[in-house]
Design a protein. Structure first.
Length: 346
């Protein structure tokens, strides 16, 4: 288990403040947040690259706060892969094994297994300059894993890859995690990557953690206006709750049973607001709105509607928009289920 307790790190113009994380053995833990929130700095602090002003970091119950990076039993893969350009793929993978005191009897079976799992056999004598982005990523992973680290740290591992390679490396990371049961901590900006790979997540803002928990909990039950907006709940309304109804400055919205009557904000994801054909029934909330804007995003449309003076944003499949001839200025009914609504404090 990796435990980060009340850690503060001060840098020129920025600080990590009261960082608390508990990462269980075998977790795939994601750190997400806006650019400049401090995600990569947390990785480097855990790794030992940055000094801690206050707080502790433990690994398996051992305090590693003051240990140098090479003594922590951790490995990192950086966004730019950080391969040595003058070394072959094989030499890159093996770099540092002797420094860590690994014998050939220890290294050889690990190298054989990693070369097989990461499909590197045909690349071992190549130079990094001749490799594709996906190949460089696989080499960097092999170099990080050959030490059998207590945890693998990944700093934006997919951001430099094209869409096809991105999917390939996502599958590879998932496979490695399932086979090795290695604890992984990953920095990412991409929600789909986090959903696919991680079981736990923490959201950062301005150097502190604003929410953490299971991926499903954080994405579907955000605790503030910021976290709701960051995870894509872009419809956030100020409300007063009376029984099972939310009073907005526009429509009255039906809520699911058991909502916190003290909540002051209502949020709903844009993909949960659906266009209705005449006579359609079955939704707890049916509202009439006028389309004020449509933005074609390739496979889907972002649609903005004015509903009794408030703006709601929806995401609709392109076939729905094209088949129903939906266009700007059109007035139509939209619906959403009460159980899709999330309420939270102000």
């Amino acid at each position: 288990m990796i435990k980060v307790s009340h850690v503060n790190v001060t840098l020129p113009g920025f600080a990590l403040r009261d960082i608390n994380l508990t990462i269980a053995p075998g977790d795939f833990f994601a750190l997400i947040g806006p650019t400049g929130a401090g995600k990569s700095l947390i990785l480097e602090t855990i790794l030992g690259m940055l000094p801690v002003d206050q707080g502790t970091i433990t690994l398996g119950g051992q305090d590693i706060t003051s240990l140098p990076p090479e003594k922590r039993g951790l490995s990192i893969v950086y966004q730019d892969f950080a391969l040595f350009p003058h070394l072959s793929v094989r030499a890159n993978i093996l770099y540092g094994t002797s420094f860590h005191g690994l014998s050939q009897d220890q290294v050889n079976p690990r190298l054989t297994w990693l070369v097989q799992q990461l499909n590197l056999a045909h690349l071992l004598h190549r130079q990094p300059a001749t490799l594709s982005g996906g190949e460089k990523q696989r080499v960097a992973l092999a170099r990080a894993l050959i030490f059998e680290p207590a945890a693998l740290l990944l700093d934006e591992p997919l951001s430099a890859l094209d869409p096809l390679l991105r999917e390939e490396i996502k599958d590879l990371l998932r496979s490695i995690h399932q086979k090795l049961k290695t604890t992984i901590i990953m920095v990412s900006h991409n929600f789909s990557d986090v959903f696919y790979l991680a079981n736990k997540v923490a959201i950062l803002k301005d150097g502190h953690i604003v929410q953490q928990g299971s991926v499903d909990e954080v994405f579907h039950q955000p605790n503030t206006r910021f976290t709701a907006g960051f995870v894509g709940m872009c419809n956030i309304l100020d409300v007063t709750i009376q029984g099972t109804q939310a009073i907005t400055r526009g429509p009255i919205i039906t809520l699911p049973p058991g909502c916190d009557h003290h909540a002051q904000l209502l949020a709903i994801r844009p993909e949960d607001i659906l266009p209705l054909e005449p006579g359609h029934k079955g939704f707890d909330n049916v509202l009439t709105g006028t389309i004020t804007r449509i933005a074609h995003q390739g496979f889907y449309f972002n649609v903005w509607l004015d509903v009794a003076g408030i703006t709601l944003q929806a995401v609709w499949n392109k076939h729905v928009v094209l088949d129903q001839h939906i266009m700007k200025g059109q007035t139509l009914e939209v619906g959403f289920h009460a159980h899709k609504i999330h309420v939270m404090p102000g």
